[in-house]
Design a protein around this ligand. Structure first.
Ligand code: SF4
Ligand code: SF4
Length: 311
């Protein structure tokens, strides 16, 4: 249950990326929310999983000056630890980040109000208008912060800016209908795994609500012109397994979907996991450390096209 949005309320936003060409039509700014109700083992934005602040350590940037070791009041830093920071001891005071001369230590995310975000992204309005672009709310999962998101989308629509929501689909449908849809032009909707048990195994939760919400949203989209694009990130032997893609394609086809997107696998998330000290059970798997080949991608796309869905 979310509280009504207060204009001064600030949220920890992971990042705002400008000039994006990958997150919807035209040139866009992407607002990355922090916090997600899923916990996918391959998450490509692992720094967006937890809602609160956290510290990252980039070993490649560390110059070995040991300044941080001297300022930590909790003695939470130790070169003998696999990820340098003992996160059970760390109280997130930020002293080490302040002292680090190289930027190897960083506090992830930044506290921002709706107005802070609007001020940042509205500056690029001429680029959005000229390119048919706009602002994309991504994550993490933006609908975790329903009232904040609603206020942000309203603010952007008041500016005449095209709005797009990227979502994992695990949300309260009634709240999204009332608070989000009136201010949203397009939704990119992730359907990762069709089987609920396998979904729970790899994403931490079952997916019945995700599939039901998609059906409900699609019924609305076909009536009122909302653009709804289902997407599946291709993870070798998991989401990209033939049985899974076939099951999703059948589900989408039964809903009258003729356009979807398959996102080719990239292995860069392993490094991000290490910076946050997160476990990485897939790192030893050779298929998980290589980029997906063109042939593998084409084979996945062929499954969708066999069901009448363009990708
Ligand atoms: S944030 Fe504070 S407690 Fe945590 S490692 Fe840095 S200095 Fe130590
Ligand atoms: S202060 Fe920064 S550069 Fe120096 S040892 Fe610590 S992490 Fe490395």
């Amino acid at each position: 249950m979310t509280k009504p949005h207060h204009p001064g309320h600030a949220l920890r936003i992971l990042d705002i990326k400008g000039n994006s060409l990958d997150d919807g039509p035209g040139i866009r700014s992407v607002v990355f929310f922090k916090g997600c109700p899923l916990s996918c083992v391959w998450c490509h934005n692992p720094e967006s999983k937890k809602p609160g602040p956290e510290i990252s350590f980039d070993r490649a940037e560390c110059v070995g000056c040991d300044t941080c070791l001297g300022v930590c009041p909790e003695h939470a830093l130790d070169r003998n630890l696999p990820f340098f920071i003992d996160r059970n001891r760390c109280v997130l005071c930020g002293a080490c980040v302040e002292s680090c001369p190289s930027g190897a230590l960083a506090m992830v995310g930044k506290s921002m109000s709706v107005e802070d975000i609007a001020t940042t992204v509205v500056k690029d309005k001429p680029f959005y208008i000229n390119s048919g672009g706009g602002v994309t709310c991504s994550g993490g999962e933006p609908t975790l912060y329903m009232d904040f998101l609603s206020a942000l989308l309203q603010r952007l629509k008041d500016e005449g800016i095209h709005t797009l929501l990227e979502t994992c689909g695990l949300f309260d449908f009634k709240a999204v209908s009332q608070k989000i849809l009136p201010y949203t032009d397009a939704i990119y909707y992730d359907i990762k795994i069709y089987d609920p048990d396998i979904h729970q195994r790899f994403c931490g939760v079952r997916n019945e609500m995700i599939l039901e919400n998609f059906v409900s949203l699609n019924a609305i989209a076909s009536r009122n012109g909302l653009e709804l694009l289902p997407r599946t990130p291709l993870i070798p032997n998991i989401t990209a397994a033939k049985e899974n893609l076939t099951a999703i394609a059948k589900f989408l086809s039964a809903q009258g979907i003729r356009q979807a997107r398959l996102l080719g696998y990239n292995p860069l998330w392993h490094d991000k996991n290490a910076k946050l000290g997160l476990p990485d059970t897939l790192k030893q798997n050779p298929a998980m450390t290589a980029w997906m080949s063109k042939d593998e991608l084409a084979a996945c796309k062929a499954i969708y096209s066999d069901h009448g869905i363009k990708t």
